[in-house]
Design a protein around this ligand. Structure first.
Ligand code: ZN
Ligand code: ZN
Length: 180
């Protein structure tokens, strides 16, 4: 997931991962996972995929809350770039496009082939689903096909402990908030 860093006070940032449904932003500092009925009422940041299947994020404005990206008024929609600075009312966020993979369990549906070893992955086993291209890999404590290479076939970096490669100057980042 890509993430935003919300300005909490003059010198502190809080990291908020952007879930698959996106996040909604209130003008008064509330940033939370978007819901179906949020669209139009609040500005939202939504993921989308381009024709190559790569993941990007867009800020969709709400007529009730003026939004700015890097100081420019967002009239309808703005495709976000790494390090964009977003202001919605009193809420200020830095956008980081780094997509960090998350280990999870394969849902109880049906087994799928591993993209690395081609073996089948049973429902309930540990996997990493590539956040960029969607390929599924084994990922258990004793065996991780996901970590067998530094990158997925699509180019996504497999490192699970990536840290922000930048922090806006003058700020410190609070410990990450795991909402998993
Ligand atoms: Zn495997
Ligand atoms: Zn991939």
């Amino acid at each position: 997931m890509a993430y935003v860093m919300q300005v909490r006070d003059k010198a502190t940032l809080k990291r908020i991962d952007i879930p698959p449904r996106g996040i909604s932003i209130s003008g008064s500092g509330e940033v939370r996972p978007a819901r179906r009925n949020t669209a139009g009422r609040r500005p939202v940041i939504l993921p989308y995929r381009d024709v190559n299947g790569s993941l990007h994020y867009a800020l969709v404005h709400s007529p009730r809350t003026p939004c700015y990206v890097n100081g420019d008024d967002v009239l309808t929609l703005h495709c976000l770039s790494h390090r964009d600075f977003i202001v919605c009312g009193e809420t200020a966020l830095f956008f980081d496009s780094t997509i960090i993979p998350q280990p999870e369990s394969l849902p109880d549906a049906h087994e799928v082939p591993c993209a690395y070893c081609r073996g089948s992955i049973q429902p309930g086993s540990g996997v990493v689903c590539c956040p960029n291209c969607g390929l599924v890999y084994h990922h258990d404590h004793d065996n991780s096909c996901w970590l067998a290479n530094n990158r997925c076939a699509c180019g996504q970096i497999t490192d699970l402990d990536q840290r922000p490669d930048w922090i806006p100057s003058g700020f410190t980042l609070e410990a990450a908030d795991d909402d998993a």
